[in-house]
Design a protein around this ligand. Structure first.
Ligand code: ADP
Length: 744
């Protein structure tokens, strides 16, 4: 929780002594900078009638709310401050670092609510900036703590990904086991050749042992090949399925999730993290099995061959395990940090490319570069530190192993000399030396794989975290249940006392009541920021109301199957998004089965047929990312054609504000007039022509409906809000034309 539940007991006592008896405290928050802007906790309590600030050394500042006219939180360079305007001037209530910006903004809002005589509601959806378990600061708000990664759980989920392919996975284990056994046989044949053939003189057995050696080599090769092929299939399949699941899941996630994230970051999560996982599953996981099996088998053989020498070989093992555990603990957070830094770079890069026009127009290229370089530099440092720590550790282990090897070469021959070649025998030593390489190999590998494992685990955790986000609840639009629940739609819409806030405590819609009859066209009018788009977002069910209900033909929207409902709703957006593909595919995007004739008819109705034919490839012209650039007016008409093909009973029109020439304007208006005929339409209207077309207009201001009626009724209203808006717009338009005339 970003806000405090309780301060330390002594502070609580000091604060309650400063308040009126029984006065409730609405907000408790700890600022992280003191008044000299040094790191130190400063407690801020917003009570019903007072704001208290308690710094170190039991100093306490108390301001009566009645004496404050306004509170605000400002961001300075790298830090911020919360201030209150009083009759004596501005008072700083707290300084804080960037981490606390959302909390402090909420605190300022809470004080302002109290000034206005309302009880403040605290946002609960501010993601925490530090780990709830260990208190460590998080690289990104709301992310998982790298120090508290539930590793076992992640491993179990990773194994769970293999469950649809369990027979193949089991076959892989068996093949691997056979491969390991075949490989283990070779040093035993060395021993037999040295001891039985050379030392004991059974010369006729030489061909037998050499043959066995060859057979073991071939078998090991065949099993390895089979294992590798199977691994490649399994890992590729698992990751491809996972990416598919992620893609579907992302499209089902609520708008409130998407709204808070950069597209680039999510793309990175689906692509990079799953590639990292693929790398691990393909080049790490199978060897984990091979090396684990080899390790156990060789350890057993070594003990059987010669327990004393085996003990010497085992000396580095505990060191390795202890060191590995320590290293694992160090590495995971570093890797996690690296993942975030890569994500940040992705989103910066994505932003720079998508916002290239703005960046160029405001000549902010240098600033973007600096920001990018800074992040890039941090990424470089994190990667470098990780690699440096890792290399040092790796070489240390190599040294430990070398010492073990030298010990065997020293103590082994000593034993042979002392026992006259009986215990250990020369063959034992030969086999031992061969096994040591095989035994230390996996150990060395285990330490190397920690590196992979940690990044794969960090990636896997981010992937699982995304999969764990709860999607919009729904059933398929064409399922019998959905059809039964919503067979047809007449198009009557009603908003009943709808309240909504994107962030708690900051209400955007404050009780909207609206009725739109079937086939009626309603125009939404109001200043920018009044809440018009929010009304539309709620109607599309991108978000759910906090209070009140939205009804379709008398039934609460929340009870209807979502995808099926959305089939009945068409949207023509301000800046229509065109998908990469042909014009025809874009027009029939909502109804892929539409015939060419239907598309052409819709295009004609939307006044786009002519300009489409003017393009070189006509209806096959490629548009969208990397395709032919279309003008704003053309895009808009394409999206109208799209809506005509889709043919929904309910239509949402977010009219473009951008200026188009009068011919285009006329053809857009005609297209819209055809489109809205017979459909329930809610339009955010900016143009007077559209406003006149609407049967009724609703004026929204500050999240409330303040006027409604027909165009003429509202125009005739003395001192009416709408009449004033129209007058203003006419004056602005006149001003524009005057300017054009005077320039001409
Ligand atoms: P309009 O369409 O009338 O211009 P909006 O419905 O877009 O107004 O916005 C109403 C208010 O909600 C504005 O104050 C805006 O800043 C805020 N708002 C809009 N979208 C979001 C969002 N995704 N998250 C938080 N606040 C938002």
């Amino acid at each position: 929780m970003p806000f405090d539940r309780e301060f330390p007991a002594s502070t609580e006592r000091d604060i309650s002594a400063a308040l009126e008896p029984g006065e409730p405290i609405h907000v408790r928050l700890t600022a992280d900078l003191d008044f000299d802007q040094r790191f130190a906790p400063v407690r801020l309590a917003i009570a019903h009638k007072h704001v208290c600030v308690a710094a170190e050394a039991r100093q306490i500042m108390v301001l009566p709310i009645a004496g404050i006219t306004k509170a605000s939180s400002d961001e300075l360079y790298g830090s911020g401050r919360l201030t209150a305007e009083t009759a004596d001037g501005e008072r700083v209530l707290a300084y804080f670092t960037r981490h606390l910006v959302p909390e402090m903004a909420a605190a300022a809002r809470a004080i302002n609510e109290l000034i206005a005589g309302r009880t403040p509601v605290l946002p609960t959806d501010i993601d925490t900036a530090s780990c709830a378990r260990c208190g460590a600061p998080l690289a990104e708000r709301g992310s998982n703590c790298p120090l508290c990664v539930p590793r076992r759980q992640i491993l179990m989920r990773l194994i769970g990904l293999l469950s649809p392919f369990r027979y193949r996975a089991m076959a892989l284990i068996v093949i691997t086991l056979f491969g390991v056994v075949a490989q283990m046989l070779t040093p035993l044949t060395y021993k037999q050749i040295v001891d039985r053939v050379l030392t004991q003189g059974h010369h006729h057995e030489l061909a037998l042992w050499a043959g066995l050696m060859l057979a073991a080599a071939i078998a090991s090769l065949v099993f390895r090949y089979a294992g590798n092929t199977l691994t490649s299939w399994l890992s590729g399949r698992v990751v491809a399925d996972l990416q598919g699941r992620l893609h579907v899941h992302l499209s089902r996630l609520r708008m409130s999730y998407h709204g808070r994230r950069e597209a680039g970051e999510l793309v990175g999560r689906v692509m990079n993290d799953s590639m990292e996982l693929l790398h691990f599953l393909k080049d790490g996981f199978p060897y984990l099995l091979v090396n684990l099996l080899s390790f156990i088998t060789i350890a057993t053989i070594l003990v059987i061959l010669n327990p004393t020498l085996a003990l010497i070989v085992f000396v580095p093992v505990p060191l390795l395990i202890l060191g590995g555990t320590w290293f694992w603990g160090k590495l995971i957070p570093l890797r996690h940090k690296r993942g975030f830094r890569i994500g940040r770079l992705h989103s910066l890069l994505g932003e720079s490319i998508r916002g290239i026009k703005v960046v160029k127009a405001l000549t902010q290229e240098d600033r973007r570069s600096r920001e990018f370089d800074q992040n890039n530099d941090q990424l470089f440092k994190t990667t470098y530190i990780t690699d440096r720590v890792f290399s040092g550790f790796y070489e240390f282990l190599a040294l430990v192993m070398a010492v073990g090897s030298v010990a065997v070469w020293y103590l082994g021959p000593k034993g042979i000399i002392a026992s006259g070649g009986r215990d250990p025998s020369l063959g034992d030593l030969m086999a031992f030396v061969a096994y040591i390489a095989m035994f230390y190999g996996p150990l060395q590998w285990f330490t190397a794989v920690l590196n992979w494992m940690s990044s794969a685990f960090a990636g896997a955790e981010r992937i699982f975290n995304l999969l764990d986000q709860v999607p919009e609840p729904d059933i398929a639009a064409d399922s019998p249940e959905a059809i039964a629940a919503l067979p047809s739609v007449a198009g009557g819409i009603e908003f009943r006392g709808v309240h909504f806030s994107y962030e708690r405590g900051k209400e955007v819609l404050k009780g909207i009541d609206l009725v739109v009859g079937p086939g009626e066209m309603l125009g939404l009018v109001g200043k920018s920021g009044a809440g018009k788009s929010t009304v539309i977002s709620l109607l599309c069910r991108f978000y759910e109301p906090d209070l009140g209900e939205i009804l379709l033909d008398g039934r609460n929207l929340a009870t209807l199957p979502l995808a099926r409902y959305r089939r009945h709703v068409g949207i023509v957006m301000q800046d229509p998004f065109l998908f990469r593909g042909s014009v025809i595919d874009n027009i029939r995007y909502g109804k892929p089965e539409a015939t060419f004739a239907e598309v052409v008819e819709a295009a004609k109705a939307a006044h786009c047929h002519d300009f489409i034919l003017e393009k070189e490839d006509g209806y096959d012209t490629m548009v969208g990312d990397g395709g032919v650039e279309l003008s704003g007016g053309e895009r808009q008409r394409l999206s109208i054609a799209r809506a005509i093909v889709h043919d929904p009973p309910i239509l949402i029109l977010d009219e473009a504000t951008s200026a188009v020439d009068s011919d285009t304007e006329k053809s857009i208006q005609e297209a819209i007039a055809r489109l809205v005929k017979g459909r329930t339409t809610i339009a955010i209207a900016h143009r007077l022509a559209t406003l006149r077309n609407a049967h009724r207009l609703v004026v929204i201001d500050d999240g409330r409906v303040i006027e409604q009626g027909t165009h003429d009724e509202l125009m005739a209203k003395e001192g009416g809000h709408f009449a004033r808006l129209v007058r203003l717009q006419t004056e602005i338009n006149k001003l524009k034309t005057d300017q054009i005339v005077s320039i001409a």
